[in-house]
Design a protein around this ligand. Sequence first.
Ligand code: MSP
Length: 518
Amino acid sequence: MSQTYYITTPIYYVNDKPHIGHAYTTLSCDVMARFKRLDGYDVTFLTGTDEHGQKVEKAAEVAGVSPQKFTDQVSQNFRELTAKLNFSNDDFIRTTEDRHKQACQKIWSILLENGHITLGKYEGWYSVRDETFYTETELVDGKAPTGAPVEWVEEPSYFFNLSAWQDKLLAFYAENTDFVGPESRFNEVKSFVKGGLRDLSVSRASFKWGVPVPNDGDHVMYVWLDALTNYVTATGWPVDGANGDAEKHERLWPADLHMVGKDILRFHAVYWPAFLMAAGLPLPKRVFAHGWWTNEGQKISKSLGNAIDPNHLAETYGLDQTRYFLMREVPFGNDGIFSVPALTQRINGDLANDLGNLSQRVLSMIFKNCDGIMPAQPEKPAAEDQALLASVDALLDTVRQHIDKQAFHEALRVIWQVISNANRYVDNVAPWALKKTDPARMAEVLAVLAETIRQVAILVQPVMPDAAAKILDQLGVDPAARDFTQLAGQARLANGQMIAKPEPVFPRFVDEADINAG
Ligand code: MSP
């Protein structure tokens, strides 16, 4: 049995159209999931929609439809986005599904039975936009620290005894030093918990759009307790429930990675582990918090109308080009500035010039100068051949280390170092000049280059699945021989196969269209 890998995206609020931020979180998971599959893992990749709560209820009201109808429509947009952006999720969960309602009610019952939930009264500030409770001292100029408006709430509420979990959480963090990435965010989490935890209101009694509290018909569950539970619902939990699956749950839980944006780290790294400990369930292995994109430095917001539509980007600039840009441009974990010039520069520089040109040049020379037949690897590689092959054979290890830390930008950077080694090698060895003087050597040089391109293409599959497939097709690589067992010198490009006339995979982008259109 191969090792399992269970990765999740946050589930998206259905009050809005999907934008670049949502696409970014899921894309990073898609890259992780594809990488792990190619590396031999049995991967389960979950995404979905977060459909309860006051925010969604209000959005439905504004749209003039029932919450159920509204969530059906908007959830569908997210489902379509996953297909359009070529996300390889294995499951798509909606919190309005029956399987999820059962899991929520089960977790609630366990917490209640074990004395971790008690009835009280909530008096304080609430932000519907953030679906978060705030204390007076947290407010900044009468608003939430996120800038969201708050309203005063006074209502009966069930409370989870979060304060009782402070020491256990700190002990868990101390033992699990990779629990949160990046490290700077982990430090923020630790100081938040060290600062003391207040019990958490986990039910609302003033509206109805939520999972009913099993022991009290006047309350619905707080949307965050409901939402976080999705990660265990999808494993077939509760195992004795109507949708239970003991084998699946055993195999998948605890999750290997919850990918989240920095804004929702506290829910995943503090509240969720506390709920799980209280419910007697194992804790996820890692939570990674990525940064936020701005539109040319400006916060993306509904009111500013400056959201960037990922579908439009894919249509205008190419899907794999967009995927590459998002994963390469910004150190993963940091905030990033989206701009068309930055995107075009990556497309024309890294993709068209560096990788695209390399593969187009090499394949064209093989097509023209070797009668379209892939030449054999040199029997006795020259020093420069060995140096290039050694650099590409070493890539898998380095790339894997970066990917395991969610350093996608670093993984791509080291791959591009090898691409530039290959481009330098072409310039130095000048195979076109060997055509007349030493055609046998020319064939060897082209074979070494084709082998380098093969490994690079296999390694970029997680980020650019379609483009990589085109390159691998052109090289005549068997679709069954594109996983990571084929790297690091364990295999070499076959020779003797006919190649077709190569077509450029990464065209240059010239027209700077307005990214906000559409
Ligand atoms: N429903 C909650 C998550 C519940 S998970 C149990 C939620 N949904 S959300 O739709 O508002 O946001 C989902 C994700 O999109 C978050 O990870 C958030 O960080 C990400 N982004 C939203 N805007 C973003 C940017 N401008 N840039 C990058 N990511 C951003 O929170």
